[in-house]
Design a protein around this ligand. Structure first.
Ligand code: SF4
Length: 367
């Protein structure tokens, strides 16, 4: 986590967006900017922010103003309840906090119009409190960083993401960290397809590693993942097993055993190997089932195992892998169960009778 924060801050130092409210540690100014940004694009809010602060430069000035003057300065921004609440909040700060915008999230949350995000932004940016400011951008970045596959429609998912975002906030420069997360979400880790190649966090990002960044976060009401039946075929030649490095977008660069869509019986799969690669294989055996749940699909795998003596060279795209290589190559979690079988076999611990049983073995479901 420290490394993530370090990289993010050094990226921010080079790439922070130039915005009219940046560089200010005045909690009132930060408050105004965050309220304006709630339903307004950053580019639009900039001009309004400057004019609003010329008219009402302090919390005292805003509290003392006529409501009609405040609404006039807000004209065109829409959602006028924001302006009314902002002024009511300013009056509350004058009455209850001696004109000083509070520094603690709990106090900020008592002020009219200030919700958890704005409270976090004010406390961290103005007062250096190590608290998160979780908006849509931050939710998207964190969901992808940790490959959160559950729907944002579930309260627990949102809470989990907020906890993850909170854990990332450093004791030093928490405000810059929060603004860096916002900037990353606004410029690189954008909705749709993010620009992972330019992202300072790519090396730490689980969604990028799995090739599923564009599928996250899972928005409320998103379709449930599609179930895909498939067969994983462990083909051994002596003390090696056949595998390939994926080039597809999903799980790109990770290793998988032959993985063929659809469920077929053992003899059909054996015939397929003969047709595809011209190999004679020993009887093909079912070694169990496994399941892996991705955000957008579920692989329901039947695991088969066989041997061939016809393998002078591996088929195009495939490689024969030794027991040592099994441990050094990068495998996706989806391959956990087949990988365990291959390890067992190549480590020479497979019991002959189990290997020859030919029955559907018990195997844990991998989620
Ligand atoms: S690597 Fe890609 S998905 Fe991950 S945080 Fe960066 S931009 Fe977002």
């Amino acid at each position: 986590m420290k490394e993530i924060t370090k990289r993010l801050l050094s990226w921010y130092d080079q790439n922070a967006r130039t915005l009219p409210w940046r560089g200010s540690a005045d909690p009132y100014r930060i408050w105004v900017s965050e309220i304006m940004l709630q339903q307004t694009r950053t580019e639009t809010a900039g001009g309004y922010y400057v004019r609003f602060l010329e008219a009402f430069p302090t919390v005292q000035a805003l509290a003392a103003a006529e409501e009609s003057d405040v609404l006039k300065k807000w004209e065109g921004l829409g959602y006028y309840a924001r302006a009314r609440n902002l002024q009511a909040g300013a009056r509350q700060v004058m009455a209850e906090y001696g004109g000083k915008v509070p520094s603690e999230v709990e106090d900020l949350l008592k002020i009219k119009g200030i919700g958890p995000y704005t409270a976090g932004a004010i406390a961290s940016i103005a007062w250096n409190r190590p608290v998160p400011a979780v908006d849509g951008n931050v939710i998207r970045v964190v969901s992808r960083l940790y490959a959160v596959g559950e729907s944002l429609g579930q309260k627990e998912t949102r809470k989990r993401i907020e906890d993850m975002a909170a854990a990332l906030v450093p004791a030093e420069r928490p405000g810059d960290h929060n603004q860096a997360m916002m900037d990353l979400g606004a410029t690189i880790c954008t909705p749709g397809t993010p620009d992972c190649d330019r992202c300072p966090l790519e090396a730490y990002c689980e969604a990028a590693r799995l090739g599923i960044a564009a599928d996250l976060p899972i928005l409320p009401g998103a379709k449930p993942p599609k179930e895909i039946p498939c067969d994983v075929i462990l083909i051994y030649s002596g003390n090696r097993v056949l595998a390939r490095k994926r080039t597809e977008r999903m799980l790109s660069g990770l290793w998988c055993f032959p993985l063929w869509e659809g469920w077929k019986n053992a003899e059909d799969r054996r015939g397929e190997i003969a047709r595809l690669w011209g190999w004679k294989t020993d009887a093909i055996r079912i070694r169990g089932t496994a399941k892996h749940v991705f955000t957008h699909q579920i692989w329901k795998m039947t695991m088969y195992e066989t041997e061939t003596a016809d393998a002078a060279s591996a088929p195009e795209g495939y490689v024969w892998i030794s027991a040592e290589e099994l441990n050094t190559l990068a495998w996706p979690t989806a391959m956990k169960a087949p990988l365990a079988l291959a390890r067992e076999r190549l480590d020479g611990t497979l019991k002959a009778e189990t290997a020859r049983s030919g029955g559907r073995a018990d195997s844990p479901s991998i989620l």
